[in-house]
Design a protein around this ligand. Structure first.
Ligand SMILES: [Zn+2]
Length: 295
């Protein structure tokens, strides 16, 4: 089991920094803004476990629009964390825009258990459960505008979930992201404004920058949102006292399903990858994360 510092460094990609595409270094840059910040994944996992154990069900929201479709970062993380919770007996509801949701219904969810998995287009979502997870979902800035990493307004491409969060805030909300424009990362706003391009000043008329306003109960920031969800799930497996493994074969299968629904790499626009990471690098990171926890 890694120390807090080791898991923090693995999350933000310290060991892989030279090989990471530019976008993959953002978590590292945000954490190294002054004063440096170390994420305590163990404490997050502990609070997560306590909150989920007293919840009736879990809602997981994901989906980042890109080039007229959605990107591969987010849905894989939602599967990893969602399927783990399913296997631990929780009922899980996945929500995103229907184009992406359709692809996610095809994922190899564990349907052998008594708990159930359900899928709701975000526009049809009546209730956000008291336990809420957002993974790589655009978040509004201070002007209620959502942006991509280039600072463009993308608000019209997703359903506004934040009015719902405002009306009835969840008891516990975990946000996962990698760049600073993701829903729930408001706690990191000043750091994001300082080190992330367009953080303070965007490319759209709102003039508010891409750093998001709303704060979740807990957040975890990492190289990609998918890998961040993986790391957290490894930590949760320890807390739930279960042996849990995620393989490169599963990652490839999930990517194949997403690509067949035209869900693409958000950075390159290509197939077979996430956020411009070389597949061989993602494979190595997945292997290494598990070595940290399972050896
Ligand atoms: Zn703007």
């Amino acid at each position: 089991m890694p120390s807090i510092k080791d898991s923090h460094n693995e999350l933000i990609g310290t060991r892989h920094l030279a090989q990471l595409p530019e976008g993959g270094k953002r978590a590292y840059q945000i954490m190294h803004a002054n004063p440096p910040l170390i994420q305590d994944l163990k404490t997050v996992a502990k609070r997560f476990e306590k909150a989920v154990n007293s919840a009736d069900s879990v809602t997981i929201a994901t989906g980042f629009p890109v080039r007229g479709t959605f990107e591969t970062d987010g849905p894989i993380g939602a599967f990893i964390l969602g399927n783990f919770l399913l296997q631990q007996g929780f009922s899980v509801n996945i929500t995103s825009e229907s184009e992406l949701l359709e692809a996610m219904t095809q994922f190899p969810w564990d349907r052998s258990v008594f708990s159930c998995i359900s899928f709701t287009p975000t526009s049809h979502l009546k209730n956000i459960s008291e336990f809420f997870i957002s993974i790589e979902r655009p978040g509004q800035n201070s002007q209620k505008i959502c942006h991509n990493m280039r600072g463009d307004d993308i608000s019209s491409m997703i359903y506004n979930i934040e009015d719902r969060l405002e009306e009835k805030p969840p008891k516990y909300w975990l946000a996962i992201g990698d760049g600073g424009n993701e829903l729930g990362l408001g706690t990191l706003k000043e750091r994001i404004q300082e080190v992330i391009p367009f953080g303070k000043k965007c490319n759209c008329p709102c003039d508010g920058g891409i750093a998001v306003e709303r704060r979740s109960s807990d957040y975890v920031l990492g190289m990609t949102s998918n890998l961040t969800a993986l790391m957290l799930t490894l930590e949760l497996a320890i807390r739930f006292h279960v042996k849990w493994v995620y393989t490169w074969e599963t990652e490839k299968e999930l990517l194949r399903i997403l690509n067949s629904h035209n869900i693409i790499d958000g950075v390159t626009g290509q197939l077979n990858s996430v956020d411009g990471f070389k597949p061989s690098l993602t494979k190595e990171i997945i292997r290494h994360m598990q070595t940290l926890y399972n050896d």
